[in-house]
Design a binder for this molecule. Structure first.
Ligand code: WT7
Length: 640
């Protein structure tokens, strides 16, 4: 999609200006470059008080025609998906756009043949295999709504998500290997299926030879179903505002929120941002760029930047089934070397974990194919940024630190690779079409972008890929996102803006601790601790204190070869004191070997808070943790 690519910083500034002065014309010109069955008649209608946002009303399209059919003529033989298996001895799979088109159409008929119609909800609980991409695109082809549940979630989590949106079908695989560990997906589904009355059919892809118990009448094998149907499947006509998918994201209170994304705006937003942020180039077939985002498709990053954005842009996108540590910590770098990856997009948590390993793991592989590096999911601290830049990019690859959310659908604040001047740990500038606002403690916008400012981050104008509602709970959508500041979308993040308008996201403002009357965000304290050269990662929480009200407890992971010591604790405190101020110095520091994390890589501070407060009797639900075993170790050695 060369025609929507910005090519210089001057062009960026011009596009940004145009997008603020006349957002509708700006987005019309971009939307025009896609394939519509019928053009829209109203570009934008919005009211943040309701809230109600509609883009490209009256427009008719199918997103799979944009991801597949449209490319057949010129890119039919180009590789759409390269699949890299968990086991490096198994063969990679290369799937061209034409092959993907056939597979998606064929499987779409399986959905239809099993009673799935436009508007029906289909739950996908699948490993990172091409069939996950095929199943999601097949849903979109016939207008069914996919609800993908990350295949690391528990049966309880699957059941509550299926029930929240009344899914009629569940698609899964029998089993998958993650590293050396088998995960019996179908068994986990069977457990969930005991309490999901809306499910009529389960389609099972056989990923391994392991025996799979099947329930007669309900459970059907993927390959057997394919044999019963035709290969051609015309794309259903969708309205621009028809639901494309639901994706659950955790809220600050218990129940997950089913974020609803619609068809037209999501397609335009993800494709535009993919093409511009990563500056993917088609080139000739031989020197084609190969783009790899290491996220799981179970998260929004995978939806927007493994599947929809890259495929609509006609890119070659890599899907990796495995984990960065298997068979050893060199796996990511070996894959880059093997597939000649040009664009690599991963999370700071992965970068820090890999930076902790001996550098030989990196040096074994030839990384010279790399052109662009990306980061997403949490603030990237300066040390990790530099390691990524120096050791992986060899100083030659621009780093795009992309800030966005499940709710925003697409990247909002980020450099454009090779175009926007980068600054370590800064997501830099808003993309064209994005109007951020920094709000101070009184709720007033700090408008002067030529003056340094720090506050809460809101967005004051709609953008095409924003979520339209929380499924089944529009009131909650309004309360969570549109009630903090009148007429603005509130992100829940804090941010700093420098005098040139560059944004640095400082972290969730919900994790705030009041120490001696001072409002302290835990994220900036963690960043300061992480600046210590011997620290790999940290988590800071508050705990009750007689005098200060709250005090700070820091859990710190050291690099592999570092000996913990009291001197080191003092150094860390001094570092925080230096970067933030003495008030932010942690009262207690505990060295730990790892931190309890959710499967999306977020530290579960709720548990750390309880341990720091010596309140370990009821730690609540730990079933969604990636590493529940770490909890006992932390409790045993805790300082309370
Ligand atoms: C939250 C959204 C959107 C992709 C994956 C996460 C944090 C995300 C960055 C970044 C600093 C970031 C924010 C945001 N976040 N990217 N580049 N720098 N923080 O999606 O699970 O919806 O989480 O992740 O706190 O609000 P998500």
């Amino acid at each position: 999609m060369k025609e929507i690519q910005i090519k210089s910083f001057a062009e960026y500034k011009k596009a940004y200006q145009a997008s603020v002065e006349d957002p509708e014309t700006f987005w019309e010109n971009i939307a025009d470059k896609f394939q519509w069955q019928k053009k829209w008649n109203k570009t934008l209608e919005w009211d943040f008080t309701k809230p109600d946002v509609k883009w490209f009303q009256g427009g008719k399209l199918n997103i799979t025609e944009n991801c597949l059919d449209r490319h057949l003529e010129k890119l039919g033989n180009k590789t759409a998906i390269i699949w890299e298996p968990n086991d490096p001895d198994e063969e990679s799979r290369y799937i061209t756009y034409r092959q993907l088109f056939v597979k998606v159409s064929h499987f779409a008929n399986v959905l239809k043949n099993n009673g799935i119609k436009k508007g029906d909800k289909v739950c996908l609980y699948m490993p990172m295999i091409p069939e996950l991409a095929i199943a999601m695109l097949a849903c979109a082809r016939i207008g069914a709504v996919h609800s993908i549940v990350f295949a690391g979630f528990s049966s309880t989590a699957i059941a509550s998500r299926i029930n929240d949106s009344d899914c009629k079908m569940l698609i899964t695989a029998n089993q998958v290997y993650r590293g050396s560990k088998p995960v019996n997906l179908k068994e986990i589904c069977d457990e969930a299926l005991r309490s999901t009355p809306s499910i009529e059919t389960v389609i099972v892809y056989r990923r391994t030879v392991e025996h799979t118990p099947m329930l007669e009448g309900r459970d059907k094998f993927w390959f057997e179903e394919l044999e019963k149907v035709e290969r051609d499947c015309p794309a259903e006509t969708m309205d621009a505002e028809d639901m494309l998918f639901i994706l659950y994201t955790s809220g600050s209170t218990g129940k997950p929120k089913g974020m609803v994304h619609t068809t037209g705006g999501y397609m335009v937003g993800t494709t535009y941002t993919f093409a511009n942020v990563f500056q993917y180039n088609h080139g000739t077939s031989k020197e084609n760029d190969v783009y790899w985002c290491t996220a799981d498709i179970g998260w929004i990053t995978g939806h927007s930047y493994i599947i929809y954005g890259p495929l609509a842009a006609g890119a070659t996108t890599v899907m990796f089934e495995g984990v960065p540590s298997y068979p050893d910590y060199g796996r990511f770098w070996e894959i880059i070397d093997k597939l000649k990856v040009t664009h690599f997009y991963t999370a700071p948590t992965a970068i820090r974990a890999l930076a902790k390993q001996p550098i030989q793991f990196v040096e074994k592989s030839d990384l010279s194919s790399l052109k662009v590096l990306g980061s997403v999911g949490e603030p990237i601290n300066e040390e990790a940024w530099h390691w990524y830049n120096d050791m992986i990019g060899k100083g030659n690859c621009p780093i795009v630190d992309t800030w966005w959310q499940t709710e925003t659908g697409a990247i909002m604040i980020s450099p454009l690779a090779g175009i926007t001047p980068t600054r370590p740990a800064f997501a830099t500038l808003p993309l064209p079409g994005v109007q951020p606002a920094l709000i101070d403690e009184e709720g007033v916008e700090m408008e002067n972008i030529h003056e340094k400012a720090e506050g809460r981050l809101a967005i004051k104008f709609p953008w095409p890929s924003m979520a339209r509602t929380i499924y089944g709970d529009h009131q909650r959508y309004k309360e969570v996102y549109f009630s903090a500041y009148p007429n603005m979308y509130f992100t829940g993040d804090g941010a700093y803006r420098d005098a040139t308008g560059n944004y640095r996201i400082t972290g969730r403002v919900d994790d705030v601790v009041i120490v001696s009357g001072h409002n302290l965000g835990t994220a900036p304290i963690e960043n300061a601790i992480n600046e210590h050269p011997k620290v790999a990662e940290s988590a800071v929480v508050g705990f009750p204190h007689d005098i200060k009200g709250n005090a700070l407890y820091a859990y710190v992971i050291l690099y592999n070869d570092v000996e913990p010591s009291e001197v080191l604790k003092d150094e860390i405190k001094a570092e925080v004191s230096k970067i933030i101020g003495p008030i932010a110095k942690p009262d207690k520091i505990q060295f730990v070997s790892s931190l309890p994390k959710t499967r999306s890589g977020k530290i579960m501070r709720r548990i750390l808070r309880k341990i720091a407060s010596n309140d370990t009797s009821n730690l609540g639900d730990t079933s969604t943790l990636l590493n529940p075993e770490i909890i006992d170790e932390i409790i045993d050695r805790s300082l309370v």
